[in-house]
Design a protein around this ligand. Structure first.
Ligand SMILES: [Zn+2]
Ligand SMILES: [Zn+2]
Length: 280
């Protein structure tokens, strides 16, 4: 009897195990090297793509190429963290080349020409425009998106009210979270810390290109990042990243990647472990 049952049981066990090819694709996060500016491409396990910022106007063609090289055909969402040119400038080209379903905006208007151009694109192409505020969340297969800032009323009389109104998003895939911070400065971060907003994230897009006005010890302790990415140009007028910010990030125990040194940074994760690759 045993001799017959054992092969039968192992056959059942074989059938019950999922075939390797049925695995969920990884979540791939690419911090594209756009020189002085920010641009993150999130390729989600459900096949959708989200772009957070697109560098400045002259980075537009490189962003379009970067997206095409990575197989992007359309974007489910574009998050414009705030209307500074080094974040929304490249979007004009992106909107010309890709179908975009929806856009999230920080709700800070600007008199700049690029702001007018980008919002004209959104209107002409019928892209659904939403205000990025806490409470807004979305599920992309196993990955969740939560907008955690800016809270109303927006901060006033800070070093930069526009930077402090940056849309901050926390993305989570089981054990691996990503915090995208735009150019939020310390006043905005202090508000999040005061409200005990959950900031914990293994992967951190460092706020404001690693400027000295952000990434306090308290903020880094709340995030506790393992991987920190600063997006900036090698020679920039703002002297980003600031040595004090770099020291604080390293002291917090994170491995730091600066796009001006390593080029684009790609993190792939299955929600349990992750793998970091750099262009250079
Ligand atoms: Zn910026
Ligand atoms: Zn800014």
């Amino acid at each position: 009897m045993h001799r017959i049952m054992l092969p039968l049981l192992s056959l059942v066990a074989c059938l019950a195990a999922p075939p390797a090819h049925a695995q969920v694709p990884p979540w791939v996060i690419t911090f594209l090297d756009v020189g002085q500016g920010d641009c993150s491409l999130l390729q989600l396990p459900d096949g959708k793509n989200v772009l957070i910022d697109a560098g400045d106007t002259k980075a537009g063609p490189a962003v379009v190429d970067g997206l095409r090289e990575r197989g992007v055909k359309e974007l489910d969402m574009v998050i414009m963290t705030h209307p500074h040119a080094d974040h929304i400038g490249g979007l004009h080209r992106v909107f010309q080349e890709f179908k975009v379903r929806q856009a999230l905006d920080a709700g800070m208007s600007s008199a700049s020409r690029i702001y007018k151009t980008v919002f004209k694109d959104i209107e002409e192409q019928g892209i659904a425009l939403k205000l990025g505020r806490p409470g807004l969340s979305k599920q992309y297969g196993p990955v969740s998106l939560d907008v955690i800032a800016p809270e109303e009323p927006l901060l006033k009389h800070t070093r930069s009210d526009v930077n402090n109104a940056s849309i901050v998003t926390r993305w989570r895939y089981n054990n691996v979270s990503l915090l995208e911070t735009g150019d939020i400065e310390q006043e905005g971060l202090n508000r999040l810390l005061k409200e005990h907003t959950v900031l914990a994230a293994k992967i951190l897009k460092v706020p404001h290109h690693g400027s000295r006005y952000t990434s306090s010890k308290e903020f880094l302790a709340a995030v506790h990042p393992e991987v920190a990415v600063i997006s900036c140009a090698a020679k920039n007028d703002y002297h980003h990243p600031h040595p004090q910010a770099v020291d604080r990030i390293k002291a917090a125990g994170a491995k730091l990647y600066v796009t001006s040194e390593v080029g684009s940074v790609t993190v792939s994760t299955d929600g349990q472990t992750y793998d970091v690759k750099t262009e250079k």
